[in-house]
Design a binder for this molecule. Sequence first.
Ligand code: HEM
Length: 413
Amino acid sequence: MTQATLLQQILDYANRADPYPLYAELRRTPVTRQEGGVYAVSTYWEITGLLHDPRISSDARNRAPQAGAGPLPVVPQEETDLPPSFIGLDPPEHDRLRRLAMRPFGPPHTPRRVHDMRAELTRTVSGLIDAFQGRSEVDIVDDFAYPFPVTVICRLLGVPREDEARFHIWAEAVVAALDPDPVEGAPDRARAARRARSELGLYLAGLAEERRRAPGDDLLSAMTSGHGPEERLSPVEVVTTAVLLLIAGHETTVNLIANGVLTLLRHPEELKRLRDEPGLAVPLVEELLRYEPPVQLLPQRTAVADIDIAGTTIPRGAPIWLVVASGSRDPRRFADPDRFLPERPDNQHLGFGGGVHYCFGAPLARLEAQIALTELARRLGEPRLVEDPPPYRRNPVLRGPRHLRVAFDTLAR
Ligand code: HEM
């Protein structure tokens, strides 16, 4: 089997339920040149090095025009008429925008923001589980793992929850373009994503204008009002940042929670332990981010200089895919990597990436998953999977079940 075939197999939907044996094969050569000139990096230390390396860029404008001409094209990162948001920019532009977006969300200016959301998150989770009353089976994705983070990010950003049906369609279209599989109508996806991102941007620009006139206690209001003449996001920067936060804030956590429920139901002894010792949720969520990460690969980097790594030279202009889910299962970094061990010591997984683009929402995502899994473990009596493996979403980048049917006998208060 050639390496190119291996990467195509990873993208193949038929392997979505268990891509891990394919990653193990990919790791035999830490850095490989694939069809289309893509360099796939699959081992922990090489990925970690590159995540911190200023010679790789996240800015699509650094991509060589011929890159991706082959059968495995480069993913259109942010196909849109709007300028890129900071996930698609390099320092120093990236750092300025990230710093301004962080002001109302975390340290140093708002260090308690996420911590203070605990009671509200718990109330939201309780309300969703209360609605299971009278049923013996639920779809954990549609009934719980999706509505929970959407409600949270809406409240945080200041987006009306009742508009979800409108922005969900746009968000889905944007996320679909992250799928690097070239056989599934990539140009159409990219066009649809560009249109959807513009529409979502227009919608959020309208809301930002409302918040400018009547500010509330939300991130859109804070980003719109700014903090002094030089420390202000421009109106377009507010929109690109809000688009990024809305999408990143709800298309990933859903998979962490659904992957978490699936993993716990496949490891009933750990589910029982979580029920008895809720404090286990903290290391357990870290292990989930290593063992079943919602973000499997980062296919959006470009070399801006020749890079010698693991016996290979990645040439300037080459697209790079960092297969973070493979790095987090690298036996050279983690003992017994294919076992789910919630109390694994020294668990520096790659689930939130690394370097300057390290996940902005990590503290919120962690808290959401900890509360969600603890409450489900506590309240569902005799839960069991109706279908294993469940049907998966198409996307190989943001991987998780499309539906997760769980049957149960009783519902605790
Ligand atoms: C389980 C849930 C989540 C996972 C697994 C996750 C994962 C990631 C990863 C791997 C990256 C790095 C991307 C790259 O290097 O190109 C990232 C970046 C980012 N995430 Fe998350 N994320 C999650 C939840 C969230 C939430 C809840 C928010 C917002 C509140 C968020 C906002 C962001 C933003 C804004 C970036 C870009 C950071 C930058 O470029 O500086 N994420 N996330």
